[in-house]
Design a protein around this ligand. Structure first.
Ligand code: ZN
Length: 385
């Protein structure tokens, strides 16, 4: 054999070896994918499953659909609604292992990103949103003063909702679920737990976590005897959200992803839009004005169910559950007369009432189960007999 022939033959052998190696590679990948799909049928790409004929058990809840963030038409009910967003923590990067995931992701950073994305959605819907912090800072070097300033902003603005955005941490890597907190007893924070309910639904749909709590809307008394500072000091509806666990290794990696943070913000947003769609009940003291003479013995309150004023089909029917009306004066239930068709309620003040000011509390439920956002009115009383 000439050396030329030998070279040609050697070249052909090399080419054939490459081809064989390539074919083996393709075969290996095909076998691996098939075996994986056979072992984990739920992991098969949702795009390959025919939604019309695939049994529900083949779909997997944690397989998220392609993210999209449209503003739903019912988000228009958020217009001019005043919401204070509170990205938890901040300015604490120098504290080792403080509120961090297993590979160092800081909760404070994730909270801020979610709040900023949420503000963008709320702005687009015409709501009025404020952030307690817009950078990695503490509002005060003293932790208690820091918390007081956060809720202080919402109280000052008489916000319709204060929403504190957090992510949970546990000693064990396993837990990863959503929980929402209101302050005190269920009747103490009626409007707050209404908001929490809608926020839970929004987050559940957006995050698609595997785990859930049997009851995910909870009183903050399960965390601390006196509850959470930011909720306890609230004079407006207030909710604290723990969307998921940064201490869970897989969840920590998801929380690093800006797109996932935006999905979470959208979950909050859709929850808020549904909450606003359900009507935000309010009361207004018609007589007397905020300052009354002591001689004024009859107070008249206007009841706004948050729905009737929108007009439209069925707007004339009653939207307030009569049995749900609660009227208190300085913490004590008092008799009243209500004309629900006229959205009016009258209270004849007890003769024994004295003192410089009186706190009136009026609450009720509308047809969606929504409660009065600001049920307390303080009336200064002067002069008179
Ligand atoms: Zn936190």
């Amino acid at each position: 054999m000439t050396s030329r022939r030998r070279r040609r033959r050697a070249k052909r052998t090399v080419r054939l070896t490459h081809l064989a190696a390539f074919a083996a590679g393709v075969l290996f990948v095909w076998v691996a994918v098939s075996v994986r799909a056979w072992i984990h049928p739920e992991r098969a790409s949702p795009a390959r499953l025919d939604p019309l004929t695939t049994p529900p058990s083949r779909f997997h809840w944690t397989e998220q659909p392609a993210p999209a963030f449209p503003i739903p038409p019912y988000a228009r009910y958020l217009e001019d609604v005043r919401i204070v967003l509170d990205p938890g923590h901040g300015g604490d990067a120098d504290r080792p292992n403080w509120k961090r995931g297993p590979t160092g992701l800081r909760e404070a950073d994730v909270n801020l990103r979610v709040a900023q994305f949420l503000r963008e959605f709320l702005d687009a819907a015409g709501a009025r949103a404020w952030l307690t912090r817009d950078a990695d800072v503490a509002l005060d070097a003293d932790p208690a003063a820091d918390l007081a300033k956060r809720i202080g902003l919402a109280n000052e603005l008489n916000a319709d909702l204060f929403l504190s955005i957090h992510h949970n941490g546990a000693d064990q890597p396993g837990p990863n679920y959503t929980s929402l907190y209101f302050h005190g007893s269920p009747e103490q924070s009626a409007a707050s737990r209404c908001a929490a309910r809608y926020l839970l639904t929004g987050l559940t749909d957006a995050l698609r976590l595997e785990q859930d709590l049997p009851c995910a809307v909870l009183s903050d008394h399960v965390l601390y005897q006196n509850g959470l500072h930011v909720l306890r000091a609230a004079r407006v509806p207030a909710v604290l959200g723990e969307a998921s666990f940064h201490s869970n290794p897989q969840e920590e990696q998801r929380l690093r992803d800006l797109l996932y943070n935006r999905c979470e913000a959208y979950g909050y947003f859709v929850g808020l839009a549904r909450w606003a769609q359900a009507g935000l009940p309010r009361i207004e003291l018609l007589e007397p004005e905020r300052t009354a003479t002591r001689a004024a013995r009859r107070w008249v309150v206007e009841l706004d169910d948050g729905l009737s004023a929108r007009g439209g089909f069925g707007s004339q029917t009653l939207k307030i559950a009569a049995d749900s009306l609660v009227v208190k004066l300085n913490g004590q239930r008092v008799p009243f007369t209500a004309d629900l068709a006229k959205h009016r309620l009258a209270i004849d003040l007890p003769a024994r009432l004295s003192g410089g000011s009186a706190e009136l509390f009026v609450d009720f439920e509308n047809v969606f189960g929504q409660h009065v956002l600001h049920p307390r009115v303080v009336v200064s009383r002067s002069g008179g007999p």
